[in-house]
Design a protein around this ligand. Structure first.
Ligand SMILES: NC(=O)c1ccc[n+]([C@@H]2O[C@H](COP(=O)([O-])OP(=O)(O)OC[C@H]3O[C@@H](n4cnc5c(N)ncnc54)[C@H](O)[C@@H]3O)[C@@H](O)[C@H]2O)c1
Length: 230
């Protein structure tokens, strides 16, 4: 069966539970595929998809097989079909409406970033507790009062929340967000947060990422003795 003959999955329902590394790579493939679509290219081989996404071609074939997509030898994958399939598996065919809580340096930068919309995320609200910020315009958003969190989330039909708050208030705001019925939360706060099991919480920790990078940089600079032949 060619990829073009594979029946469509119901919108937004992943074919099966995907390994986390596959989910990360799918986002890379999707970016590449969307670039190809924009250039009017309608076929891609697993090798060139692998190369442009910066992963191995065996990874590509394995990852795409989870979605039921097996390219045709010598013909490759149909770009439009594959991009829709990945978007479905990643849940990107849903309407994601993002509210950012905390309009400080980070929240403002995120709110002004124009790249979310093209990736399927509509930033619909920006909230802060500082009355000097409430009512000011940042990008195309007016900062709402964090006291009105529940009302703003309901009014804007937000279904995803980004916490760009100081650590000290993050848990209490997170609890309110969860009580308001939000089950997808991305936190930048430098503290562990607890949420109920049915809530997806992702944490972005740049300092940890930098530490990991430092570790790898150090290994490159000072390779272990057995690799130098010494
Ligand atoms: N994870 C990362 O990679 C990363 C990188 C940078 C910053 N951070 C963290 O992100 C958070 C935000 O960073 P920042 O530089 O924007 O800080 P900031 O101090 O500039 O902004 C924080 C904002 O939160 C608001 N706030 C405080 N309490 C609130 C509440 N109860 N409800 C709503 N708003 C409230 C403040 O008024 C302020 O505007 C910090 O916790 C910081 O440590 C994380």
């Amino acid at each position: 069966m060619t990829s073009a003959q594979i029946p469509e999955e119901p919108v937004g329902v992943p074919v099966r539970q995907l390994p986390p590394a596959t989910v990360s790579r799918l986002t890379l493939y999707l970016r590449t595929l969307n670039g190809l679509l924009a250039e009017g290219i309608d076929r891609v081989s697993s090798e060139s998809l692998a190369e442009s996404a910066g992963v191995g071609s065996a990874n590509v074939r394995k990852d795409l097989s989870y979605l039921g997509s097996y390219g045709t030898r010598g013909v490759g994958y149909e770009v439009g079909h594959l991009s829709r399939k990945i978007a479905q598996a990643l849940g990107l065919t849903h309407e994601w409406r993002v509210a950012i809580v905390g309009a400080g340096n980070l929240g403002r930068a995120l709110a002004r970033y124009a790249g979310f919309e093209s990736r399927g995320f509509d930033v619909v609200a920006l909230l802060d507790a500082d009355q000097m910020l409430v009512g000011t315009e940042i990008g195309w958003l007016r900062v709402s009062d964090a006291d009105d969190l529940e009302t703003v989330l309901a009014k804007t039909r937000a279904n995803m929340v980004v916490l760009a708050l100081p650590g000290g208030v993050a848990q209490s705001v997170c609890d309110r967000v969860v009580d308001a019925g939000i089950s997808s939360i991305l936190s930048f706060a430098p503290v562990p947060l607890s949420v109920p099991e049915d809530v997806n919480l992702r944490k972005v920790d740049m300092a940890t990422e930098l530490q990991i990078l430092a570790y790898h940089a150090q290994r490159l600079q000072f390779p272990p003795l057995d690799q130098t032949g010494a």
